[in-house]
Write a protein that binds this ligand. Structure first.
Ligand SMILES: Nc1nc2c(c(=O)[nH]1)N[C@H]1C(S)=C(S)[C@@H](COP(=O)(O)O)O[C@H]1N2
Ligand SMILES: [Mo]
Length: 212
């Protein structure tokens, strides 16, 4: 029975979500996780335009929208903020998860550089491939969510979003924007990102273990 579960897990891993390219990760786990009710036919797990290769010399992180003073930050400027570490699992809607030791900066520390505008309620993440996704501002604040630049003591690989990935803890994979190039504050509580506007649940809360 165990063998069958492992086999199913491996097949799922190979067939759907791209397996992690960090083979040295000892904490990788595969769970029999059933995601939210999505149409399996339109639940592709690959990035919308493939893995992005970011030139760090020309890279910048834009902080804009409902802020006091928009910011254009270099990679080094972001890294100069206080760093934090958290072990958080990414749950893919297709049934696997990986638990990484993420290191990064608080998203709120970045936003605070620009100053939060009065009407701001939503944080929209923009990525190099045109992908967007969003989280409520209070969730980002209360959960002290990270914008990570390292995983398991290594600089992020392009596959994992170099230079930055949103560590959207307890939210499904599509909230984990990779190759982040922009953080926008919006006054729109209903904003829908790339997959959200195609029917994915905007809350994206992962189904608790006991209801699996
Ligand atoms: N920039 C960007 N970030 C992205 C995506 C994407 O297409 N572009 N895909 C999302 C989705 S749907 C998932 S499940 C996670 C993990 O993607 P993976 O399954 O390819 O590892 O990245 C998320 N972040
Ligand atoms: Mo996904």
């Amino acid at each position: 029975m165990k063998k069958i579960i492992v086999l199913i897990a491996v097949v799922l891993l190979l067939a759907s979500c791209t397996p992690p390219e960090l083979p040295e990760l000892p904490s990788s786990k595969v769970y029999d996780y059933r995601g939210p009710l999505l149409d399996p036919d339109d639940a592709p797990e690959n990035s919308i335009k493939g893995i992005q290769e970011i030139d760090i010399d020309t890279y910048s992180l834009e902080v804009f929208g409902f802020v006091d003073i928009p910011q254009t930050l270099t990679y080094q400027q972001v890294l100069s903020l206080t760093s934090y570490q958290k072990t958080v699992a990414l749950y893919c809607v297709e049934g696997w998860s990986v638990s990484f030791d993420w290191e990064g900066v608080l998203i709120t520390d970045i936003i605070d550089l620009a100053g939060i505008g009065d009407e701001a309620v939503t944080v929209i993440f923009h990525a190099a491939d045109g992908y967007t996704t969003s989280l409520p501002l209070y969730v980002v604040q209360e959960r002290q969510m990270l914008l990570a630049y390292r995983a398991n003591d290594d600089v992020l690989t392009p596959r994992w979003g170099y230079p930055f990935i949103v560590v959207a803890e307890d939210r499904l994979g599509y909230k984990w924007a990779r190759w982040v190039t922009g953080i926008e504050l919006s006054d729109d509580p209903e904003y829908q990102g790339f997959w959200e506007s195609r029917g994915y649940d905007n809350d994206a809360k992962r189904v608790p273990e006991e209801t699996r």
